[in-house]
Design a protein around this ligand. Structure first.
Ligand code: SF4
Ligand code: SF4
Length: 169
């Protein structure tokens, strides 16, 4: 066991005037630096100015479509099984096309429970779900607004630049 003794402070050190002055000098140094070099300021004027989001950033989900517009998901449940937060709800139904076994009649994701781990994307055998929308801002008035359904996930395109991905009601 190491016993660390508390250093004895002098009267002036106990006043903390020197430390406060040192802190103010650092603030002043950064202020002058930012005034002289405004292009090198590292902060963003959010929400007017957005920080660029990398292409591989795990953002809101979207469901992919086949060329005919139908949802690519085959309701195999692998994503829901892999999900550690248990936030994917799928109800499978018989597909009218005999070449396709099933499709998701219901596909909901509870974004409040999601931990954005991307395990659902990795588990999917047919690239039916992606998290490349770059949408990270979410707002709503009730918990229900954050349970996104199949229609929302299908239309959740990365090109959609709306500031809030979940509609305010
Ligand atoms: S990102 Fe992770 S927590 Fe969110 S739905 Fe996918 S598997 Fe579940
Ligand atoms: S999104 Fe992929 S893993 Fe999930 S049910 Fe559909 S096909 Fe299966």
């Amino acid at each position: 066991m190491i016993i660390v003794k508390k250093p004895k402070l002098s009267f002036w050190e106990k006043m903390y005037i020197g430390a406060a002055f040192k802190g103010m000098m650092i603030t002043l140094r950064h202020l002058i630096k930012n005034i002289l070099n405004p292009t090198k300021i590292v902060t963003y004027e959010y929400p007017e100015e957005k920080k660029p989001i990398p292409d591989n950033y795990r953002a809101e989900h979207r469901l992919m479509q086949r060329p005919d517009g139908s949802v690519r998901c085959t309701a195999c449940m692998l994503c829901a099984t892999a999900c550690p937060a248990n936030c994917i709800e799928i109800v499978a139904a018989e597909h009218p096309d005999p070449r396709v076994e099933k499709y998701p009649a219901t596909y909901n994701i509870n974004l409040l429970r999601c931990v954005y781990c991307s395990l659902c994307v990795e588990a999917c055998p047919c690239d039916a779900i992606r998290m490349d929308t770059k949408k990270i801002e979410q707002a709503g008035y009730t918990r229900e607004h954050f349970i996104v359904d199949k229609d929302y996930l299908i239309s959740n395109h990365p090109e959609d630049k709306s500031p809030f991905s979940i509609a305010l009601y």
